[in-house]
Design a protein around this ligand. Structure first.
Ligand code: SF4
Ligand code: SF4
Length: 125
């Protein structure tokens, strides 16, 4: 299987990922990308651009600047070939072991995070 995931990290980001509560990491199967740029149009952060080289199909492919990505998932939703995967991370959250003693506090902090707050405000939920 010739699936090559591309991840890029660029300098000069508009808003540094470390300053955000939630950021995204974009993985693109560059060998399946056809360079149609639908995802690029959908990205409000200007985090996607075409490569300077060609994939095995002969297309310039999309590469992502993860420093700009907010993890909104728009690009993955619009890609007609479903070659984008977005992972959301929280760069400020430190690792915590969940124990019987702190499980209540950990669940509370997860439920009150911005991602869950946004979902609860949506009409269809
Ligand atoms: S929408 Fe999908 S196929 Fe089109 S350029 Fe973006 S990643 Fe490639
Ligand atoms: S997840 Fe959102 S911000 Fe990140 S590259 Fe895709 S469209 Fe852009």
């Amino acid at each position: 299987m010739d699936t090559t995931a591309a991840q890029t990290t660029a300098t000069g980001a508009k808003t540094k990922a470390k300053d955000r509560k939630v950021k995204g990491i974009v993985e693109i199967d560059i060998q399946k990308c056809k360079g149609c740029e639908v995802c690029r149009t959908a990205c409000k952060e200007d985090a996607l651009k075409l490569s300077g080289t060609l994939n095995i199909k002969g297309y310039r492919y999309i590469i992502a600047d993860n420093d700009l990505c907010t993890g909104c998932v728009n690009c993955a939703l619009v890609c007609p070939d479903a070659v984008i995967t977005v992972y959301r991370t929280n760069p400020k959250k430190k690792h915590t072991d969940i124990t019987p003693k702190n499980i209540r506090e950990e669940i509370k902090s997860i439920i009150s995070s911005p991602v869950y707050t946004d979902l609860s405000n949506m009409d269809y939920i």
